[in-house]
Every structure is written in C-alpha cells, then in structure tokens.
Design a protein around this ligand. Structure first.
Ligand SMILES: [Zn+2]
Length: 151
C-alpha cells in the first residue's frame, strides 16, 4: 500500500474526477480520456524538495499567506494558468506563515511572490498581483526561454 499523498482534480476535458499524486515521475493524465491534467498541489518545508525540486516539468511556486488580499486574486488566476498549461507546468502553493524555512530560503519580502523552478533552479521570479493573462504570458515566456537555452 502506498502512503503517497494525493489530491483530486476534475479533468477539464471530460469532467471526470481523478486522483493525482502530490509528487510523481512524469506528468498526470486523465484515467478516462488520457488528456494531461492540471497539477496543483500544496507543499511546505518538509516536502518541497520532493514535490517541487524533483518534478520533471517546470514548477510555478505560489508563495502566499492567508491574510494577503492580492493572494486571493492571484491564486485562482494561477489555477487557471495551470489548467490552460496542463501537462507543461506544475503549480505548487506554499503558505509562507506555516513554512518559515522556504520563506527564508527564497527571501520572501512580499506576498504573493511567484517563482518558476526548473529542476530546483529558480529561472524567474516576480512579486505582486497580476491578472491571469499576464501571469500566463510570464509563465510561458519563462519556460520557453528555458527550453531554448538548454537546447
Ligand atoms: Zn478526461
């Protein structure tokens, strides 16, 4: 029996509910229609390495806080981006108040702070709120530029 943590997500293509592991090799696909599924998980000081740094695809990290007004706008916008870019990115949410280690490590001065990690390396970073289309453009540019550089 696996004790691996999982989350559930509705497939944007067929509507079926799928269980998606928090950390896994590869990228999740719908068990019904085989389309890539949005991958949106929470992580913290204890499991960030496994969930975010070892992911086989670019990771968008949302460093947020419960008391942060703009975060309540950015988090759903990022979920939309993760849905639009299913199979291309993984969205990892980190509550900075519960995870002081990550907050220190990434020198978070303001929330939300957004990072794009590629195999543990920070390739892009921005702070503050932005609407979904702007976030999507930022994410796509960051992951495309990365791909270009690595050949
Ligand atoms: Zn499906």
């Amino acid at each position: 029996m696996s004790t691996m943590q999982a989350t559930t997500v509705s497939c944007p293509h067929c509507g079926r509910t799928n269980r998606v592991p928090v950390a896994a090799e590869g990228r999740p696909k719908c068990g019904h229609c085989k389309q890539p599924l949005p991958w949106m998980v929470d992580a913290g000081d204890d499991d960030f390495t496994e969930v975010a740094e070892r992911a086989g695809l670019p990771v968008v990290v949302d460093l947020w806080a419960t008391w942060c007004g703009p975060c309540r706008m950015v988090s759903p916008a990022l979920e939309k981006v993760a849905t639009d870019l299913a199979g291309r990115i993984k969205l990892v949410r980190v509550d900075v108040d519960k995870n002081p280690g990550l907050s220190r490590r990434f020198e978070v001065q303001a929330v939300p702070t957004l990072l794009i990690l590629d195999r543990g390396e920070t390739v892009a970073r921005q702070a503050g709120a932005a609407p979904a289309p702007a976030l999507r453009q930022w994410v796509e540019q960051s992951i495309t530029a990365r791909k270009g550089r690595s050949g």
